[in-house]
Design a protein around this ligand. Structure first.
Ligand SMILES: [Zn+2]
Length: 212
């Protein structure tokens, strides 16, 4: 007899076993990899942040334990935290969009890290919202910005974002997804390029807002 895997998986989904919470390590019913108590106690942010004349949707403030999870997710290959971080992005309210644009990282940084953390989160949100991922803008080498004036830094960031080849498909209403927003200058620079490509509306969502 041939085992129908889909039916089997559906059956298993109905029977949800307890799972270990990634934060308190208690076996409990799960919500995006943490128990309900831990989920409720996360540093949720109720308001969007204002950066570079843009309103950016944000799930959390940069506080414990999110700050540690973000650091480990980004720099220490702790990819299991994507469940919680992407789950948090799903809680935000979105305007109707046609595609998600993950914040690009340079090839050098990608080689060093092995993955683009924003793309990981964007893929999960794209699946949830049922829209495609769109990556028409690439990012050149990110330089150390020490010693540069504020204006030089902004100029440098704007030069990092490049349209290599004009894409065949173009979307009008898009959402930029990034893990952390600090000054918002990279989101602003990416938005400019998307507007150059003909986007009418560019929104942005980040997991965490860090103080400027
Ligand atoms: Zn817990």
């Amino acid at each position: 007899m041939r085992l129908d895997l889909t039916v089997l998986q559906r059956g298993l989904a109905l029977f949800k076993p307890l799972q270990r919470c990634q934060l308190c390590h208690v076996d409990a019913p799960w919500q995006h990899a943490v128990c309900q108590t831990c989920w409720q106690q996360l540093p949720w942010r109720s308001q969007p942040v204002q950066r570079q004349e843009m309103q950016i949707q944000v799930a959390f403030d940069y506080l414990y334990p999110i700050n540690r999870m973000i650091q480990q997710f980004k720099y220490e290959q702790q990819l299991q935290y994507q469940l919680l971080l992407a789950g948090a992005l799903q809680q935000l309210r979105y305007d109707k969009i046609q595609a998600i644009v993950p914040m690009p990282i340079s090839t050098a940084r990608l080689a060093e890290r092995g993955y683009n953390q924003s793309l990981v989160l964007a893929k999960s949100l794209a699946k949830h919202l049922n829209v495609p991922i769109w990556q028409p803008v690439t990012r050149l080498q990110q330089h150390a910005q020490k010693g540069l004036s504020r204006l030089e830094r902004l100029e440098d960031i704007h030069q990092q974002f490049q349209i290599q080849t004009v894409p065949k498909i173009r979307y009008r209403r898009v959402l930029i997804v990034d893990d952390v927003v600090t000054t918002g200058s990279s989101i602003h620079a990416l938005k400019q390029q998307l507007l150059n490509l003909g986007c009418h509306k560019v929104n942005a969502a980040c997991v965490v807002a860090s103080a400027d």
